[in-house]
Each structure stands twice: as structure tokens, then as C-alpha cells.
Design a binder for this molecule. Structure first.
Ligand code: UTP
Length: 330
């Protein structure tokens, strides 16, 4: 039986307001497509044929995107999480839909890893990575290559090895049983039903979970990390663009239907379909579809779909030895 993937995407993405007022976080663009598109394409590349999405906030937009882009490529199931009670709860809701081996991957994190290492049907595995701020993550302790303990967002972290958004279980029923235990016992950590608590219960029962060090882990949960992930994705692209009367500094992604006039674009800029950029200088930014930018100098900016930003040009008449500064910097 091949692995079914579960992608939880029910979250409200509060840290990415105002963009998440109208779009679920997982549909925000990085590079040339939504975060979720990058994740699904990767799973398809590694041979996943069935994905169960846990939807919630703005679920109709997720369903619309997934069905129209992937409806013919993979088998799709949806589970609805009415209230965001935590990752453990989101996965637990899939127990009637997923029977065999399961791969869980977060909907808002782009993972660089050889995913086939997670799909060997032999043992349960979780992706881990070293972090500087272990208090913010689920943390594991490892002895002789196996995980001996794990704890969610500890105040005194035993290590700096964080659980990194990818998990696989050759027998999903064992995981669902552990989640039943967490849900039925009413256990929460930091107010949420945690997947980490279910896995800790599995360890306590003698179940083995192996750590796999992943190569990279690109979170998209807040503006800075979304832009950093955009930068990472663009840095792998080598397409060259050229526009009359404009300068493009690689790497960038510019949709075929975008219009660029008299501007300097890049590096690390994504420009969506039918966006219009005129008389502007833009770097390290995401400009979504149908956005209009005129006479603006933008750095590290997120411009939502159909938004308009119009700056101004300055007309100066400045004499010798004068000093004019439009910045606080010295
Ligand atoms: P996060 O906690 O990072 O996402 O969950 P969030 O809640 O959308 O973001 P903030 O904290 O409000 O800014 C990581 C992933 O798990 C999903 C989220 O959708 C996201 O893809 N998730 C989390 C659920 O589907 N259900 C939950 O109850 C919790």
C-alpha cells in the first residue's frame, strides 16, 4: 500500500494579516506559485498519489485551488476542522479517511529533503533540524540514532534539535490510537492538542521513531520568513527576463502577463499575472496578480492581489553644497 499524505491547512495565519484576511496562508505566493503548490508538486514528484487536506479557515479557496490544479493528477480528500484545536487534532480528524502508511507534511513549510527516505515502509520517521531558538519548537532527544524523548515548546530545551514539519508512519493506525489517547485524556500543551504529545505517548509505549536530518526548512508563517522563502526559491531559478527600458536584476520571477515599464526589478522579486509596474525600483518583494505599482521604491514588501501603490516623483531645484535627504539614515 502506498503512502497517503496529510497536509493540514486549516490555520488562520494570523501572523500574515492583512494578506490572510482574504487568502488562507497556504495560498500565498512564493516564487511563481502558492506555498501549497510547491508542497503538492514535491509530493507528486516523490510518487504520492493521494492527499488528504485538513481544511478550515477559508476552506473554499483551498478546495478551489487544489481541485482546479491537481484534481486530475492525484486522488484528493478533504476533512474539515471547524475549530483550530492544534496540529494533533487536525491529524486525528483524518482517522476515518487514512488507513495505510501516512506521510504528514505541514502546509506552510517548504522542506528540502529527499522525501523518499520517509517512505520506506520500515519505521516511523520525523524530520529534524538544529535551531537557535528551541523554545519555539517541538524538541527531540536522540540516543544511538533513535529518538528517546520529545517535548513541545519546552522552557528548558534538552537539545536544539527541532521537529521540522515532516513525519511518516508506516502504520497510521498506531498514530491514530496515540492521538485518540491524547484527545480522550483532554491533554493539551500550550492550549493545543499536540502531535508531539501523541508521538511522545508512542515512545513511552515502546514504539520506535527515527530522526532524519533534513537539508532545509523554509517557513512561510510571517512576512520576513515568507520573503526569505521567496528569496530561496528564486535563487534556484535561472530564467532570464528582459523588458524594454527596464533593468532586471536576477534572480526574479515575472509572469508572462505582467507589464514592466521603465523600472528596475530585482533581485528576489516575484511578479504575478497581469501585475503592472511602472517607473519603480523593487527588490526582495512579492507583487501579486493584478497589483499596480507606480513611481515607487519598494524593498522587502508584500503587495496583495489587485492592490495599488502609487508613490511620487520629486522635482528638485537644488543649489551647490545643499544637502537633501529623503531618509533617516546618516
Ligand atoms: P501554524 O500554527 O503555524 O499556522 O500551524 P497558523 O495557525 O495558520 O498560523 P498563525 O500562528 O495563526 O500565524 C502550522 C500548520 O498546521 C496547520 C496550519 O494550517 C499550518 O499549515 N494547522 C495548525 C491546522 O491545520 N490545524 C490546527 O489546529 C493547527
Amino acid at each position: 500500500m502506498s503512502y497517503t499524505a496529510i497536509i493540514p491547512v486549516a490555520g488562520t495565519g494570523t501572523r500574515l494579516k492583512p494578506h490572510t484576511y482574504t487568502y488562507p496562508k497556504v495560498l500565498l505566493t512564493v516564487g511563481e506559485k502558492p506555498i501549497l503548490g510547491h508542497i503538492i508538486d514535491k509530493l507528486i514528484y516523490y510518487g504520492i498519489k493521494e492527499i488528504c487536506f485538513v481544511t478550515g479557515y477559508l476552506c473554499e479557496k483551498v478546495v478551489d485551488y487544489v481541485n482546479s490544479n491537481y484534481g486530475k493528477k492525484i486522488k484528493i480528500k478533504y476533512v474539515f476542522q471547524e475549530e483550530q484545536k492544534g496540529l494533533g487534532h487536525a491529524i486525528w480528524l483524518c482517522k476515518n479517511e487514512v488507513k495505510g502508511p501516512v506521510l504528514i507534511i505541514l502546509g506552510d513549510t517548504i522542506i528540502e529533503a529527499d522525501i523518499k527516505n520517509f517512505l520506506d515502509h520500515k519505521s516511523a520517521k520525523i524530520g529534524i533540524n538544529e535551531v537557535k531558538d528551541p523554545q519555539r519548537f517541538g524538541i527531540v532527544k536522540i540516543e544511538k540514532g533513535v529518538i528517546t524523548d520529545m517535548v513541545e515548546k519546552p522552557q528548558n530545551p534538552p537539545t536544539n534539535l527541532a521537529i521540522s514539519g515532516i513525519y511518516s508512519f508506516p502504520d497510521s493506525q498506531k498514530l491514530f490510537k496515540a492521538l485518540d489517547w491524547v484527545v480522550e485524556s483532554g491533554k493539551t500543551t500550550r492550549g493545543e492538542i499536540q502531535l508531539t504529545d501523541a508521538m511522545k505517548h508512542m515512545l513511552d509505549e515502546g514504539y520506535k521513531i527515527k530522526p532524519i536530518k533534513i537539508d532545509g526548512w523554509y517557513d512561510c508563517g510571517k512576512p520576513e520568513t515568507l520573503l526569505a522563502t521567496n528569496k530561496y526559491i528564486l535563487s534556484k531559478k535561472h530564467k532570464k527576463y528582459s523588458f524594454k527600458n527596464s533593468v532586471v536584476i536576477d534572480p526574479v520571477y515575472i509572469s508572462k502577463t505582467a507589464k514592466i515599464k521603465n523600472s528596475i526589478i530585482g533581485p528576489y522579486v516575484s511578479v504575478g499575472d497581469n501585475a503592472l509596474i511602472e517607473d519603480s525600483i523593487i527588490s526582495d518583494s512579492i507583487i501579486n496578480e493584478y497589483a499596480t505599482i507606480k513611481k515607487s521604491n519598494l524593498v522587502s514588501s508584500l503587495i496583495g492581489p489587485s492592490a495599488t501603490v502609487v508613490g511620487k516623483m520629486n522635482k528638485l531645484n537644488v543649489g551647490e553644497n545643499s544637502e537633501v535627504k529623503f531618509t533617516d539614515e546618516e
